[in-house]
Design a protein. Structure first.
Length: 151
């Protein structure tokens, strides 16, 4: 298989993206609403990974990062994450946040650091996932919040 190409997600990718998210128990929370800021990795005509970005002025949320099982450990997750970081920078994002259940070490290697939901900036608190977590504090114990300063 040739190296997967990364491209902007299209409307016909939504069901595939949601299927990928289900395989790793990631929430489908408003995926369709932010589809225009999702990217997919495609190999041989098949979507094999995805990642999303929400932008709120100078803050952003990296979300829904997943790579199919056979391609984990190949660097594809790094490429997708780096794509979002570069896109965030080009959109004026100065602080990039994420929530994860199990991928903290991966994102730590990418330059993200653990933080608390209280550490999110005012604009970071506009992101849909922060609002959901803040409104349901019982789920905080299941998640690791992380951030990366981009500027």
């Amino acid at each position: 298989m040739s190296e997967p190409a990364i491209r902007a997600a299209r409307s016909d990718d939504l069901a595939i993206i949601e299927g990928l998210l289900r395989t790793v128990n990631l929430p489908l929370f408003r995926t369709a609403d932010f589809l225009d800021t999702f990217w997919v990795a495609e190999a041989a005509g098949e979507v094999v990974g995805c990642v999303g970005l929400e932008v709120y002025d100078d803050a952003g949320l990296l979300r829904s990062a997943v790579v199919t099982e056979p391609l984990r450990g190949t660097g594809l997750g790094r490429r997708l994450t780096q794509n979002v970081i570069e896109e965030a920078k080009s959109n004026g994002v100065r602080e990039l946040y994420l929530f994860t259940m199990e991928a903290g070490p991966f994102f730590g290697h990418m330059g993200f650091e653990k933080c608390t939901i209280d550490d999110f900036s005012e604009n970071g608190r506009k992101c849909t996932q922060w609002i959901a977590v803040n409104n349901n504090p019982e789920i905080v114990e299941w998640l690791t919040s992380m951030r990366m300063m981009l500027a």
